[in-house]
Write a protein of this length. Structure first.
Length: 278
Protein backbone atom coordinates (compact mmCIF):
# COMPACT_ATOMS: atom_id res chain seq x y z
CA UNK A 1 0.00 0.00 0.00
CA UNK A 2 1.04 3.60 -0.45
CA UNK A 3 -0.33 6.72 1.20
CA UNK A 4 -1.47 9.56 -1.03
CA UNK A 5 -0.49 13.13 -0.30
CA UNK A 6 -3.39 15.51 0.34
CA UNK A 7 -3.47 18.45 -2.09
CA UNK A 8 -5.72 21.45 -2.63
CA UNK A 9 -8.28 21.18 -5.41
CA UNK A 10 -7.70 24.71 -6.71
CA UNK A 11 -6.13 23.33 -9.91
CA UNK A 12 -9.06 21.00 -10.65
CA UNK A 13 -10.31 21.91 -14.09
CA UNK A 14 -13.59 21.06 -15.74
CA UNK A 15 -16.78 19.88 -14.08
CA UNK A 16 -17.15 17.59 -11.09
CA UNK A 17 -20.41 15.63 -10.88
CA UNK A 18 -21.54 14.21 -7.54
CA UNK A 19 -24.23 11.53 -7.65
CA UNK A 20 -25.79 11.36 -4.18
CA UNK A 21 -25.35 13.96 -1.45
CA UNK A 22 -26.21 12.00 1.66
CA UNK A 23 -23.90 11.99 4.69
CA UNK A 24 -20.80 10.76 2.88
CA UNK A 25 -21.47 12.67 -0.34
CA UNK A 26 -22.10 15.88 1.59
CA UNK A 27 -18.91 15.38 3.61
CA UNK A 28 -16.95 15.09 0.38
CA UNK A 29 -18.70 18.12 -1.09
CA UNK A 30 -17.86 20.27 1.93
CA UNK A 31 -14.26 19.03 1.79
CA UNK A 32 -13.92 19.97 -1.88
CA UNK A 33 -15.26 23.45 -1.26
CA UNK A 34 -12.92 23.88 1.73
CA UNK A 35 -10.00 22.91 -0.52
CA UNK A 36 -10.79 25.61 -3.02
CA UNK A 37 -13.14 24.04 -5.56
CA UNK A 38 -15.65 26.59 -6.81
CA UNK A 39 -19.37 25.74 -6.48
CA UNK A 40 -19.93 26.66 -10.15
CA UNK A 41 -17.66 23.73 -11.13
CA UNK A 42 -19.88 21.20 -9.36
CA UNK A 43 -23.07 19.44 -10.43
CA UNK A 44 -25.01 17.49 -7.80
CA UNK A 45 -27.69 14.91 -8.57
CA UNK A 46 -29.68 14.42 -5.37
CA UNK A 47 -33.47 14.02 -5.11
CA UNK A 48 -33.53 15.15 -1.47
CA UNK A 49 -30.85 17.85 -1.11
CA UNK A 50 -29.99 19.13 2.35
CA UNK A 51 -29.39 22.70 3.51
CA UNK A 52 -25.68 22.65 2.61
CA UNK A 53 -26.36 21.62 -0.98
CA UNK A 54 -29.16 24.15 -1.36
CA UNK A 55 -26.93 26.91 0.00
CA UNK A 56 -24.18 26.00 -2.46
CA UNK A 57 -26.75 26.01 -5.28
CA UNK A 58 -27.36 29.68 -4.49
CA UNK A 59 -23.61 30.20 -5.00
CA UNK A 60 -23.51 28.62 -8.43
CA UNK A 61 -23.59 24.86 -7.87
CA UNK A 62 -25.83 23.09 -10.39
CA UNK A 63 -28.46 21.02 -8.60
CA UNK A 64 -30.41 18.40 -10.54
CA UNK A 65 -29.98 20.21 -13.87
CA UNK A 66 -32.37 19.55 -16.72
CA UNK A 67 -31.51 19.29 -20.37
CA UNK A 68 -28.39 18.06 -22.11
CA UNK A 69 -25.50 17.11 -19.83
CA UNK A 70 -21.94 18.34 -20.41
CA UNK A 71 -18.90 16.05 -20.18
CA UNK A 72 -17.34 15.98 -16.71
CA UNK A 73 -13.71 15.69 -15.66
CA UNK A 74 -14.78 13.43 -12.79
CA UNK A 75 -17.94 11.74 -11.56
CA UNK A 76 -18.21 10.66 -7.91
CA UNK A 77 -20.90 8.09 -7.15
CA UNK A 78 -21.98 8.27 -3.51
CA UNK A 79 -25.36 6.53 -3.45
CA UNK A 80 -26.31 3.43 -1.49
CA UNK A 81 -25.46 0.24 -3.40
CA UNK A 82 -29.11 -0.76 -3.80
CA UNK A 83 -29.69 2.51 -5.64
CA UNK A 84 -26.93 1.82 -8.17
CA UNK A 85 -29.05 0.81 -11.21
CA UNK A 86 -31.20 3.93 -11.02
CA UNK A 87 -28.22 6.20 -10.32
CA UNK A 88 -25.96 4.87 -13.07
CA UNK A 89 -28.41 4.78 -15.96
CA UNK A 90 -28.45 8.55 -16.69
CA UNK A 91 -24.68 9.08 -16.44
CA UNK A 92 -23.77 8.50 -20.08
CA UNK A 93 -24.28 12.17 -20.93
CA UNK A 94 -21.57 13.21 -18.47
CA UNK A 95 -18.89 11.02 -20.04
CA UNK A 96 -16.07 12.41 -22.13
CA UNK A 97 -12.88 10.87 -23.46
CA UNK A 98 -11.02 11.40 -20.15
CA UNK A 99 -13.79 11.24 -17.53
CA UNK A 100 -12.80 9.61 -14.24
CA UNK A 101 -15.40 7.74 -12.17
CA UNK A 102 -14.90 7.34 -8.42
CA UNK A 103 -17.42 5.05 -6.73
CA UNK A 104 -17.78 4.79 -2.96
CA UNK A 105 -20.71 2.35 -3.16
CA UNK A 106 -20.09 -0.51 -0.73
CA UNK A 107 -19.94 -3.93 -2.36
CA UNK A 108 -20.24 -2.73 -5.95
CA UNK A 109 -17.25 -4.19 -7.77
CA UNK A 110 -15.21 -2.84 -10.66
CA UNK A 111 -16.75 -5.55 -12.85
CA UNK A 112 -20.27 -4.37 -11.93
CA UNK A 113 -19.35 -0.76 -12.67
CA UNK A 114 -17.69 -1.59 -16.00
CA UNK A 115 -20.82 -3.41 -17.12
CA UNK A 116 -23.07 -0.56 -15.97
CA UNK A 117 -21.10 2.41 -17.36
CA UNK A 118 -20.07 3.36 -20.91
CA UNK A 119 -17.34 1.14 -22.42
CA UNK A 120 -13.77 2.10 -21.64
CA UNK A 121 -14.56 4.03 -18.45
CA UNK A 122 -11.68 4.80 -16.08
CA UNK A 123 -13.04 3.65 -12.71
CA UNK A 124 -11.78 3.89 -9.13
CA UNK A 125 -13.59 1.96 -6.43
CA UNK A 126 -13.08 3.35 -2.92
CA UNK A 127 -14.17 2.49 0.61
CA UNK A 128 -14.24 5.46 3.04
CA UNK A 129 -15.50 5.39 6.64
CA UNK A 130 -17.71 7.59 8.79
CA UNK A 131 -14.99 9.80 10.38
CA UNK A 132 -15.09 11.39 6.92
CA UNK A 133 -17.80 13.60 8.45
CA UNK A 134 -15.03 15.49 10.30
CA UNK A 135 -12.37 15.02 7.58
CA UNK A 136 -10.65 12.36 9.70
CA UNK A 137 -11.67 9.29 7.72
CA UNK A 138 -9.53 6.93 5.71
CA UNK A 139 -10.37 5.68 2.23
CA UNK A 140 -8.90 2.67 0.46
CA UNK A 141 -8.94 2.80 -3.34
CA UNK A 142 -8.47 0.46 -6.28
CA UNK A 143 -8.49 1.46 -9.93
CA UNK A 144 -9.15 -0.48 -13.11
CA UNK A 145 -6.54 -0.72 -15.86
CA UNK A 146 -7.92 2.33 -17.66
CA UNK A 147 -7.06 4.72 -14.81
CA UNK A 148 -4.05 6.81 -15.83
CA UNK A 149 -1.39 8.16 -13.48
CA UNK A 150 -2.98 11.60 -13.71
CA UNK A 151 -6.43 10.21 -12.92
CA UNK A 152 -5.06 8.27 -9.97
CA UNK A 153 -3.68 11.51 -8.54
CA UNK A 154 -6.99 13.20 -9.25
CA UNK A 155 -8.87 10.44 -7.40
CA UNK A 156 -6.47 10.76 -4.46
CA UNK A 157 -7.09 14.50 -4.27
CA UNK A 158 -10.87 14.04 -4.34
CA UNK A 159 -10.79 11.39 -1.61
CA UNK A 160 -8.29 13.34 0.49
CA UNK A 161 -11.04 15.88 1.12
CA UNK A 162 -12.42 13.50 3.78
CA UNK A 163 -9.18 12.11 5.22
CA UNK A 164 -6.24 9.93 4.36
CA UNK A 165 -6.05 7.71 1.28
CA UNK A 166 -4.49 4.29 0.71
CA UNK A 167 -4.26 2.38 -2.58
CA UNK A 168 -4.33 -1.40 -3.01
CA UNK A 169 -3.34 -3.49 -6.01
CA UNK A 170 -5.83 -6.32 -5.49
CA UNK A 171 -9.54 -5.57 -5.45
CA UNK A 172 -10.19 -8.80 -3.52
CA UNK A 173 -8.72 -7.07 -0.46
CA UNK A 174 -11.63 -4.62 -0.45
CA UNK A 175 -13.80 -7.05 1.53
CA UNK A 176 -11.26 -7.12 4.39
CA UNK A 177 -10.88 -3.34 4.11
CA UNK A 178 -14.64 -2.99 4.49
CA UNK A 179 -14.57 -5.24 7.55
CA UNK A 180 -11.66 -3.43 9.21
CA UNK A 181 -11.93 0.28 8.45
CA UNK A 182 -15.36 0.56 6.82
CA UNK A 183 -17.13 -1.13 9.73
CA UNK A 184 -14.40 -0.27 12.23
CA UNK A 185 -15.96 2.88 13.73
CA UNK A 186 -18.86 0.75 15.00
CA UNK A 187 -16.38 -1.40 16.93
CA UNK A 188 -15.01 1.69 18.70
CA UNK A 189 -18.49 2.96 19.49
CA UNK A 190 -19.39 -0.46 20.88
CA UNK A 191 -16.23 -0.35 23.02
CA UNK A 192 -17.31 2.99 24.50
CA UNK A 193 -20.82 1.63 25.07
CA UNK A 194 -19.51 -1.54 26.76
CA UNK A 195 -17.08 0.41 28.95
CA UNK A 196 -19.90 2.68 30.13
CA UNK A 197 -22.13 -0.29 30.94
CA UNK A 198 -19.27 -1.97 32.81
CA UNK A 199 -18.66 1.21 34.78
CA UNK A 200 -22.33 1.35 35.75
CA UNK A 201 -22.15 -2.30 36.85
CA UNK A 202 -19.11 -1.37 38.98
CA UNK A 203 -21.17 1.28 40.80
CA UNK A 204 -20.65 4.51 38.83
CA UNK A 205 -23.61 6.82 38.14
CA UNK A 206 -24.76 6.24 34.52
CA UNK A 207 -24.08 9.80 33.33
CA UNK A 208 -20.57 9.78 34.79
CA UNK A 209 -19.78 6.32 33.41
CA UNK A 210 -20.91 7.42 29.95
CA UNK A 211 -18.79 10.59 30.03
CA UNK A 212 -15.72 8.71 31.29
CA UNK A 213 -16.03 6.02 28.61
CA UNK A 214 -16.66 8.51 25.82
CA UNK A 215 -13.78 10.82 26.71
CA UNK A 216 -11.40 7.93 27.36
CA UNK A 217 -12.03 6.36 23.96
CA UNK A 218 -11.94 9.71 22.13
CA UNK A 219 -8.87 10.98 23.96
CA UNK A 220 -6.96 7.72 23.52
CA UNK A 221 -7.74 7.70 19.80
CA UNK A 222 -6.45 11.27 19.49
CA UNK A 223 -3.31 10.34 21.44
CA UNK A 224 -2.66 7.47 19.05
CA UNK A 225 -3.31 9.79 16.09
CA UNK A 226 -0.69 12.26 17.30
CA UNK A 227 1.86 9.73 18.54
CA UNK A 228 4.57 8.10 16.43
CA UNK A 229 4.38 5.00 18.65
CA UNK A 230 2.46 1.93 17.54
CA UNK A 231 -0.66 0.73 19.34
CA UNK A 232 1.12 -2.08 21.17
CA UNK A 233 3.73 0.30 22.62
CA UNK A 234 1.08 2.79 23.69
CA UNK A 235 -0.77 -0.04 25.44
CA UNK A 236 2.40 -1.17 27.20
CA UNK A 237 3.08 2.39 28.35
CA UNK A 238 -0.24 2.40 30.24
CA UNK A 239 0.36 -0.98 31.84
CA UNK A 240 2.29 -1.28 35.12
CA UNK A 241 3.32 -4.82 36.10
CA UNK A 242 0.90 -6.17 38.67
CA UNK A 243 -1.32 -3.09 38.48
CA UNK A 244 -4.99 -2.54 37.72
CA UNK A 245 -4.50 -2.27 33.94
CA UNK A 246 -2.52 -5.52 33.92
CA UNK A 247 -5.34 -7.24 35.80
CA UNK A 248 -7.85 -6.07 33.21
CA UNK A 249 -5.61 -7.02 30.27
CA UNK A 250 -5.14 -10.52 31.70
CA UNK A 251 -8.86 -10.96 31.02
CA UNK A 252 -9.03 -9.09 27.71
CA UNK A 253 -5.93 -10.75 26.26
CA UNK A 254 -6.62 -14.22 27.62
CA UNK A 255 -8.06 -17.20 25.70
CA UNK A 256 -11.23 -16.19 23.91
CA UNK A 257 -10.61 -12.58 24.84
CA UNK A 258 -10.81 -9.29 22.99
CA UNK A 259 -8.31 -10.12 20.23
CA UNK A 260 -9.97 -13.46 19.49
CA UNK A 261 -13.47 -11.94 19.39
CA UNK A 262 -12.38 -9.06 17.18
CA UNK A 263 -10.67 -11.42 14.74
CA UNK A 264 -13.88 -13.44 14.53
CA UNK A 265 -15.92 -10.25 14.05
CA UNK A 266 -13.73 -8.99 11.20
CA UNK A 267 -13.80 -12.38 9.49
CA UNK A 268 -17.60 -12.41 9.75
CA UNK A 269 -17.79 -8.92 8.24
CA UNK A 270 -15.37 -9.94 5.48
CA UNK A 271 -17.51 -12.95 4.57
CA UNK A 272 -20.64 -10.80 4.54
CA UNK A 273 -18.95 -8.24 2.29
CA UNK A 274 -18.13 -11.01 -0.21
CA UNK A 275 -21.71 -12.26 -0.09
CA UNK A 276 -23.11 -8.78 -0.73
CA UNK A 277 -20.71 -8.29 -3.64
CA UNK A 278 -21.94 -11.53 -5.18
Amino acid sequence: MMTAVSKPLRKFSGRLVLIGAGKMGSAMLEGWIARGLKPKQITVIEPHPGKTVKALARRGLKLNPKGKAAAASAIVIAVKPQGAPEALSPLAGYFGSATLVVSIMAGRTIDFLEKSLPPGAAIVRAMPNTPAAIARGISVAFGNTRVSTRQRKQASDLLAAIGKVEWIGDEALMDAVTALSGSGPAYLFLLAEAMANAGIAAGLPPALATRLARETVAGSAELMHRSELDAATLRENVTSPGGTTAAALDVLMGPGGFGHLLAQAIMAATRRSRELAG
